[in-house]
Design a protein around this ligand. Structure first.
Ligand SMILES: NC(=O)c1ccc[n+]([C@@H]2O[C@H](COP(=O)([O-])OP(=O)(O)OC[C@H]3O[C@@H](n4cnc5c(N)ncnc54)[C@H](OP(=O)(O)O)[C@@H]3O)[C@@H](O)[C@H]2O)c1
Length: 267
C-alpha cells in the first residue's frame, strides 16, 4: 500500500499512472485541505484520510508536497509515523536524502525527479536511493517507476542535481526556444495557430530523427547546413551569439539554485 502525502499536479499524475498499470497497488491519500486527496482517492479507488497517523500500514510513503511545505509535514510525520522500516519516496526538488532522513528519523529513502511530460505519458524520471535502502525495496520502486516512462538511476545525488537541470527544467527550455521561433513567424504575419502548429511539427520530426538516426548531433546539424545555403546563415548567428555558452550558463545557474535551496531547506 502506498501513502500519498500531498496530492498536487505531479503526485496526482504519478499515482494515476501507477494505478493505470497496476490495480493491485492500493493508495491512501492525505492533504491538509483534503479536497485534492479526495479527488485523487476517488480516481484510483483509494481512501483519503484526515490524519497522517492512518498511514502506518503503508510500505511506501510518497511525498508530493512543495519543498517549502516539507518542514511542517516532517514535524507531523515524525510524531505520527511509528513504523520504522517504511520506504520514503520524495519527489521534492532540492531536499537531500540526508535532510529527509534527519527530519523524519527514517533510513530507507528514494528521491525521484519526474518532469511535466509525465502528464502526457512521456516523462523522464531520475532516481537515487539512500545507501541503506534494501535491495528488495530498490527493485520494487524501480519496477513501479520504469512503467511510467523513462527511468534513469543516478550514481550520486550530485549527478541527480546536475541531470535534473536538463530533464527536470528542460521542458521549460524547450517551450522557450519553440516560442522564440513561433514569435518570429507571427511577427512576419503568419497566423499564430499555424505558426505554432508548424513549429511543433518541425520539433517532433527533429526529435524523431535524433532518436532514430545513427548519426551524432554534430552530423545531423551539418546535414542541414550546406555551404552557401540559408540554414548556415542562421546557425552562424546562433554560434556568433554563443548559444552553447548561454546554455552552459543557464544550467550552471539552475544547479547553483538547487544547491542554494538544498542548503536553505536542510536547516
Ligand atoms: N512541477 C514540476 O515540474 C515538478 C517536477 C518534479 C518534481 N516536482 C516536485 O513535485 C512537488 C509537488 O509539486 P506540485 O506542483 O505538484 O505542487 P502543488 O500542486 O502545489 O501540490 C502540493 C500538494 O502538497 C500538499 N501539502 C501542503 N502542505 C502539506 C503538508 N503539510 N502535508 C501534506 N501535504 C501537504 C498540498 O495540499 P492542499 O491540496 O491541501 O493544498 C497539495 O496537495 C514539489 O516538491 C516539486 O518540487 C515538480
Amino acid at each position: 500500500m502506498i501513502g500519498v502525502l500531498g496530492c498536487g499536479n505531479m503526485a496526482d499524475a504519478i499515482v494515476r499512472g501507477i494505478h493505470r498499470f497496476d490495480k493491485s497497488i492500493s493508495f491512501i491519500t492525505y492533504t491538509p485541505t483534503k479536497t485534492r486527496a479526495q479527488t485523487l482517492a476517488n480516481a484510483v479507488d483509494g481512501r483519503a484520510v484526515d490524519d497522517i497517523s492512518e498511514m502506518n500500514d503503508c510500505d511506501i510513503l510518497l511525498i508530493g508536497c512543495k519543498p517549502q511545505q516539507f518542514a511542517a509535514l516532517a514535524e507531523e510525520l515524525k510524531k505520527k509515523l511509528t513504523r520504522k522500516n517504511v520506504h520514503i519516496v520524495s519527489m521534492m526538488a532540492a531536499i537531500k536524502l540526508e535532510t529527509i532522513s534527519t527530519k523524519l528519523g527514517q533510513k530507507n529513502i528514494t528521491r525521484i525527479m519526474p518532469n511535466t511530460p509525465i502528464f502526457v505519458g512521456k516523462g523522464v524520471t531520475l532516481m537515487t536511493h539512500s545507501d541503506q535502502l534494501e535491495i528488495g525495496q530498490r527493485q520494487k520502486i524501480e519496477s513501479i517507476f520504469s512503467k511510467l516512462g523513462s527511468l534513469h538511476l543516478m550514481n550520486s545525488e550530485n549527478e541527480f542535481d546536475q541531470v535534473m537541470t536538463v530533464t527536470g527544467s528542460g521542458p521549460a527550455y524547450a517551450f522557450l526556444f519553440t516560442k522564440t521561433l513561433v514569435d518570429k513567424l507571427v511577427e512576419w504575419g503568419i497566423d499564430p495557430q499555424s505558426a505554432k502548429e508548424m513549429t511543433i511539427q518541425m520539433m517532433e520530426g527533429s526529435v524523431e530523427m535524433m532518436k532514430r538516426s545513427e548519426k551524432d548531433l554534430t552530423t545531423l546539424i551539418s546535414d542541414v547546413t550546406s555551404k552557401g545555403g540559408t540554414t548556415i546563415e542562421a546557425i552562424k548567428v546562433y554560434e556568433g551569439n554563443k548559444l552553447g555558452l548561454i546554455s552552459a550558463d543557464a544550467l550552471e545557474a539552475s544547479l547553483r539554485r538547487a544547491k542554494q535551496l538544498s542548503e536553505e531547506l536542510s536547516r
